[in-house]
Ligand binder design. Structure first.
Ligand SMILES: [Zn+2]
Length: 451
């Protein structure tokens, strides 16, 4: 039994944090959550408090990064200064993709996931499509690259949902994969399913999910194969959707409908599906997503970096889609920044303030993200949930004087002081306990870039 005493804690369904909350943890689960003040009677005796470890600042549930491409961390600062658009950025990204092997992928992902742990992320959804050797030949273990990611998350001390991605074609009209893309492909969706069925995480920290890269990469007649595999196995299904207007135009030209309509017609949408980005939906698309309770993962810092546009977050939520968050290309790994961007981008579009409450932003960053990744027992400071505790300083230069309810509008990843994942301390006093994060990031990135 471990006892923590949070100066403030953000409890489920609360509009703002609660002061002085005792949290008891046993075998990686929360066994008691007891506010010490309010309601009249203290619920814990003095002797109980004496052995509790105090957590100064605001403790929130574990943050879930619902959309990640770990290897994109190598691109930070190397592409932002240039001109161009999503497509020219993608060419640079493919250069790094071409250089990775299972060892260098492990080193880079381990460092990137450890950076996530420092940022308070306790679970990551890795949208993984770097499956095979550079020319498309499978490794001796056809899941060697996925295994590297699972091992990387274990070293970093966070949970992982390996969203193994089906990626078969280069364009909506079925052009074959070329260049760096060749290593993404399994040939067809049946062979993808056969390979993915061979992954056995073998550890409680990792689970397997499915992904359709996009309507560009999986032919319409094979979408149902991937969706059916996810459904039969009861795992989450993710899909990049309408990140760029060009994808919508190409889909209309080939299939006579929007990408969302195409996914709906092939059984891809539903409450276990998460559409990533959905930056350029029509009103009918929003209705299809909302009515099917398809989740939407917004990645605002990537969408701004790649000049994608601003997704209509308020309309998505009103239509019925739960919203989660992802750092995607890792131009920034900071879920506080992703969360407030959902509100702030909506302000830029509408020239009005106040579309999402601070509690809404906390929900998107925590319980909604975990749900999107298939961890329905994480993301809340509640009895029975996984014991993920993320404590944010309220005494840094950024957060001093900030009321606890304002943390999602003021704090940054650098303000995360303490991180507990499944009851185990991973970050203490702002330091990762097992990974020298800056050194490992530098070395791993140097190994796969030109300098
Ligand atoms: Zn992505």
């Amino acid at each position: 039994m471990t006892r923590w005493l949070a100066e403030y804690a953000w409890l489920p369904d609360h509009a703002e944090p609660t002061p002085e909350v005792l949290i008891e943890v046993e075998d990686g689960r929360i066994t008691a959550v007891a506010p010490l003040v309010g309601g009249g009677t203290p619920t814990a005796g003095v002797e109980v408090l004496r052995d509790a470890t105090r957590l100064p600042g605001l403790t929130v549930p574990g943050l879930a990064n619902a959309h990640s491409h770990a290897f994109h961390r190598a691109l930070r600062g190397r592409t932002q200064g240039g001109r161009g658009d999503f497509w020219s950025w993608r060419d640079v990204m493919y250069d790094v993709a071409a250089r990775l092997d299972p060892d260098s992928y492990l080193a880079l992902a381990r460092a990137a996931y450890a950076e996530m742990a420092l940022a308070g992320i306790t679970c990551v959804g890795e949208f993984h499509y770097l499956h095979h050797g550079p020319d498309g030949t499978p490794y001796a273990d056809p899941n060697a690259m996925g295994a590297a990611l699972i091992e990387a998350a274990a070293h970093a001390g966070i949970r992982l949902t390996l969203l193994d991605t089906c990626y078969l074609t280069a364009t909506v009209d079925g052009a074959p994969l070329v260049g760096a893309q060749r290593r993404f492909g399994d040939g067809d969706a049946l062979r993808w399913a056969e390979r993915v069925s061979g992954i056995a995480p073998g550890n409680d920290h990792a689970r397997v999910g499915a992904a359709i890269h996009s309507v560009r990469a999986v032919p319409a007649e094979q979408l149902a194969t991937v969706a059916g595999w996810a459904d039969r196995n009861g795992v989450p299904l993710h899909v990049h959707l309408s990140e760029q207007p060009a994808e919508n135009d190409a889909c209309r030209a080939v299939h006579g409908c929007t990408p969302t309509r195409l996914l709906a017609d092939h059984g891809v949408l539903g409450p276990h599906t998460t559409a990533v980005h959905a930056t350029h939906p029509t009103s009918a698309d929003l209705a299809l997503l909302g009515e099917s309770r398809t989740g939407i993962c917004l990645c605002p810092t990537t969408e701004r970096d790649l000049a994608d546009g601003i997704g209509p977050a308020r309309r998505m939520a009103e239509a019925g889609s739960p919203l989660s968050l992802g750092s995607d290309s890792h131009a920034v790994i900071d879920l506080f920044e992703e969360a407030r961007a959902v509100e702030l981008d909506e302000r830029l579009r509408t020239r009005r303030r106040g579309h999402f409450t601070p509690a809404d932003l906390c929900t998107a960053a925590t319980v909604a993200g975990h749900a999107a990744l298939g961890w329905g027992d994480a993301g809340r400071l509640a009895v029975g949930d996984r014991a993920d505790l993320v404590t944010v300083r309220l005494d840094s230069a950024r957060t001093a004087g900030v009321p606890p309810v304002g943390a999602f509008h003021a704090a940054t990843a650098a303000d995360v002081r303490h991180v507990v994942v499944d009851g185990r301390t991973v970050v203490a006093d702002g330091r990762h306990l097992t990974v020298d994060v800056p050194t490992e990031l530098r070395d791993a990135i140097e190994a796969v870039t030109n300098r």
